[in-house]
Ligand binder design. Structure first.
Ligand code: PGA
Ligand code: ZN
Length: 412
């Protein structure tokens, strides 16, 4: 069995050009696991802190000072690595060492173990042999915290090839919709610069309604029926709009405000009109009761919590009790360590809550989440459609398909 021989950290940059960390875990037989941490722009109040005092350098220093705690551990034993990490930082939000260090270290250890065993990483994370591909879910049009002024308030309009039978087809369908939408936008606005938001979705000067209309048109012009071969999804990221003083959702760019009741109707109208398969954070991060109303109303749509749950097992238990959602985003760096995230995944399946493993808006070109999405039996993998750091995750799914270990697509 391999043992951790050394750990090396370095300062790098993410897709937004912000500082981040990368960690190598090296085993005694020379296998290297290497992971670079992503970061969010629309960050939930209760997610793990990325770096102590906002300083990646400080996180790396603390890791270096504590390297010995990890030397000699079995890199495949996530629990013991997690426990060693917790000896350094027992805070609920990793404020001492930083969630980005917890993220990179635990995934890098897992990757080094998979390499030393000569198996793909997803095989190391699950004993289950009945594995299927999650459906790629990708951003085709971005606004909110991911794009500049003039774009929609709604953060993300997403596409998912819900009718696809193979992983390659599902990727190709998403790509075709993204491209078709680009053509429509160029025709509609001669001043359109082909600009894209942080996650590779187009960032046009359109309001929410116009943005949804063109996204639907792109699917239909390709001959797809919404809700069949292809479905749209929306990440409302409503916490961005929520104004705690006014107790209203303020849609600055579109120029209207919604009371909590109006916000539920606003989201419900969009879900019905565009036959959405997926609706994320349709209300703000603490509005569990309002989410429960939507979950009850739309039992067959993935009513998904991201900022609502922040990949936190305790919050998930509370949400499950209130039946606040039927689906949950899994972002390992919201939780902190991979161990935390796997515990979250177990709790979700115990409660029949479907998982969507997700990237962050500030990403690296790593593709470990493709393995994590498969191993956690996620229904969807939210990783974008275009852009080097997005396509890296999709390309990894295609490489994984060569192993012949995975049989078709999951059932949503
Ligand atoms: P973030 O956005 O990575 O900026 O948080 C992604 C999301 O809200 O789903
Ligand atoms: Zn989100």
């Amino acid at each position: 069995m391999a043992r951790i021989a050394s750990i090396k950290g370095r300062l790098l940059y993410n897709s937004r050009g912000s500082k981040t960390v990368e960690i190598d875990v090296i085993t005694d037989n020379g296998d290297v696991g290497r992971v670079c941490a992503p970061s969010g722009a629309s960050v939930g109040k209760y997610e793990a802190i990325s770096f102590p005092d906002n300083s990646p350098e400080k996180g790396l220093e603390i890791l270096k000072a504590n390297e010995k705690k990890f030397i000699g551990l079995d890199p495949s034993d996530l629990k013991s690595i997690h426990e060693a990490l917790r000896e350094i930082d027992s805070t609920s939000n990793y404020s001492k060492i930083g969630g980005s260090i917890a993220f990179s270290l635990t995934i890098a250890a897992t990757e080094s173990a998979a390499k030393s065993e000569g198996i793909p990483m997803f095989k190391l994370l699950t004993k289950d042999s009945d594995l299927k591909f999650p459906f790629p879910l990708g951003n085709i049009l971005g606004g909110g915290a991911h794009a500049g002024p003039g774009t929609p308030d709604i953060q993300e309009i997403l596409v998912c090839a819900t009718g696809s039978k193979t992983i390659r087809d599902s990727i190709e369908v998403n790509l075709s919709v993204h491209k078709e939408l680009g053509k429509i936008l160029a025709k509609k606005d001669p001043g359109f610069t082909n600009g894209r938001g942080d996650e590779g979705g187009w960032a046009p000067k359109l309001n929410n309604e116009q943005a949804l209309e063109v996204a639907a048109r792109a699917c239909e012009q390709l001959g797809f029926t919404l809700g069949k071969e292809v479905s749209l999804g929306v990440d409302f990221a409503s916490t961005t709009q929520w104004n705690e003083n006014k107790k209203k959702y303020v849609y600055d760019r579109a120029g209207f405000e919604n009371t909590p009741e109006e916000q539920i109707d606003f989201a419900a109208e969009i879900i019905k009109k565009y036959k959405l398969a997926y609706a994320e954070d349709a209300v703000h991060e603490e509005a569990f009761e309002d989410m429960a109303i939507l979950t009850k109303k739309f039992p067959n749509i993935l009513i998904t919590g991201d900022d609502l749950l922040v990949t936190n097992t305790e919050i998930l238990k509370n949400a499950a009790k209130k039946r606040a959602c039927n689906a949950a985003i899994l972002k390992v760096n919201q939780a902190g360590s991979l161990y935390d995230a796997i515990e979250f995944a177990k709790e979700a399946s115990k409660n029949n809550i479907k998982l969507i493993t997700s990237h962050r808006s500030g990403e690296s070109s790593d593709s470990h989440i493709s393995h994590i999405g498969i191993a956690t039996k996620s229904k969807m993998l939210k990783v974008g459609v275009m852009g080097g750091e997005r396509i890296a995750k999709l390309n990894e799914l295609l490489r994984i398909s060569e192993y012949d270990l995975i049989r078709g697509m999951v059932e949503i």
